[in-house]
Write a protein that binds this ligand. Structure first.
Ligand SMILES: Cc1cc2nc3c(=O)[nH]c(=O)nc-3n(C[C@H](O)[C@H](O)[C@H](O)COP(=O)(O)OP(=O)(O)OC[C@H]3O[C@@H](n4cnc5c(N)ncnc54)[C@H](O)[C@@H]3O)c2cc1C
Ligand code: SF4
Length: 325
């Protein structure tokens, strides 16, 4: 295992101080649980000279309920979220996504904010320095060619966080603190489909909290496929949420992860509102997903398999929700 390079560790007590420190230190990074950032620093994928530890900022670790909304601080751990009785009972997709991130010890350190801001991943990038030197690097870091698509002008590294799609189908909003104050955006606006620049945050913006509405007319679920069930990142992951009235779909949302540089909601499902989940409905859903999911060869797993498995996972999850309502 490569050794860690030297860095200065700053430990602010307030979110606004963390933002100010980030602005004063251009080559710095925020450090939450460190379960993504520290391995990346060891591999030479990030080279900050200053780390701004968010662990002493108590406001980031608050979780509170008001006006039928659960506000979860960005520093709350995934273990806390997965075990919270309100999340388990009323926001099941979120609990199911949080509990399948990495392994149990990771989840006691890993935070919601770190999970949402996770680096994108690629088989040619998440490697040691000597390995990457052997292929003369790639466009995402130190090189000029994409090894996945040689003529491509963009990077296709995949966002593989589990929690973002669950929050998307639950209609979550994100509070972001920057030098000029606080702003709030829908979670899907946090991302862009670009493996090198996948977050819409500026460098000195801090994610402070995520607000998720409780909507007890909606059921939800999350499932991912991974190579080893105990620890791996998603090869493909799907979150589904459903509102149903007797035999009619009222509202259906599907979001995917692991198959592009940003997690995303599937468009075009509104046309199913008022319809039954019959064969025609299933065919429409599968077609919308197949059109939207275009994975590239960023993992060892076959691209066609990742493409074809997403509609299968979705229809299985949806059938389970349909029968449960
Ligand atoms: C073996 C292994 C398996 C893993 N498996 C999975 C998996 O199955 N699913 C999955 O989703 N992830 C997985 N991960 C990645 C990681 O463990 C999780 O995504 C974790 O939730 C990251 O959170 P963290 O608090 O540790 O983030 P950190 O590593 O501290 O930070 C991650 C990034 O987010 C930024 N950041 C952190 N907090 C904020 C904030 N509040 N505002 C702005 N930026 C911020 C940091 O600067 C950094 O760039 C795995 C990691 C390892 C090593
Ligand atoms: S998709 Fe291309 S540019 Fe991006 S990390 Fe992979 S090989 Fe590098």
């Amino acid at each position: 295992m490569p050794t860690l390079p030297n860095f200065q560790l700053l430990r602010p007590l307030k979110a606004s101080d963390a933002v100010a420190l980030r602005g004063q230190n251009p080559a710095s990074r925020f450090l939450a649980g460190g379960t993504d950032l520290m391995p990346n620093i060891r591999h030479g994928l990030a080279t900050p000279d200053v780390l701004i530890d968010l662990g002493n900022i108590s406001e980031l670790r608050e979780m509170r309920e008001a006006d039928s909304t659960l506000r979860i601080g960005a520093g709350v751990t995934l273990a806390t979220i997965a075990n919270d009785p309100r999340v388990v009972a009323r926001l099941p997709a979120l609990a199911q996504a949080a509990v399948c991130v990495a392994g149990p010890t990771h989840r006691t350190m890993a935070t919601l904010g770190g999970n949402l801001c996770l680096d994108t991943r690629c088989q040619y990038y998440n490697q040691s320095e000597p390995w990457r030197e052997g292929i003369q690097y790639c466009m995402k870091l130190d090189g000029d060619t994409c090894r996945v698509a040689k003529k491509s002008k963009r990077c296709w590294a995949a966002f593989s966080g589990d929690v973002a799609p669950a929050l998307m189908v639950l209609g979550a909003q994100v509070d972001i603190l920057g030098p000029t104050g606080l702003r709030r955006i829908p979670i899907q606006s946090l991302y862009r489909d670009d493996g090198m620049n996948w977050l819409t945050l500026t460098a000195d913006e801090l994610l402070v909290a995520i607000s998720v509405p409780f909507d007890d007319t909606r059921t939800s679920a999350y499932q991912k496929l991974r190579t080893r069930g105990s620890i791996d990142f998603a090869i493909a992951g799907v979150a589904v949420s459903l509102r149903r009235d007797r035999d009619a779909i009222l509202d259906l949302r599907v979001a995917c992860t692991g198959v592009s540089s940003a997690p995303f909601l599937i468009d075009g499902l509104q046309e199913l509102s008022g319809k039954n989940l019959d064969e025609a409905g299933r065919t429409t859903i599968a077609a919308r997903i197949e059109d939207a999911c275009r994975p590239m060869k960023t993992t060892l797993t076959d691209v066609l398999y990742r493409h074809d498995v997403i509609p299968v996972l979705t229809l299985r999850l949806l059938q389970g929700l349909w029968e449960r309502v």
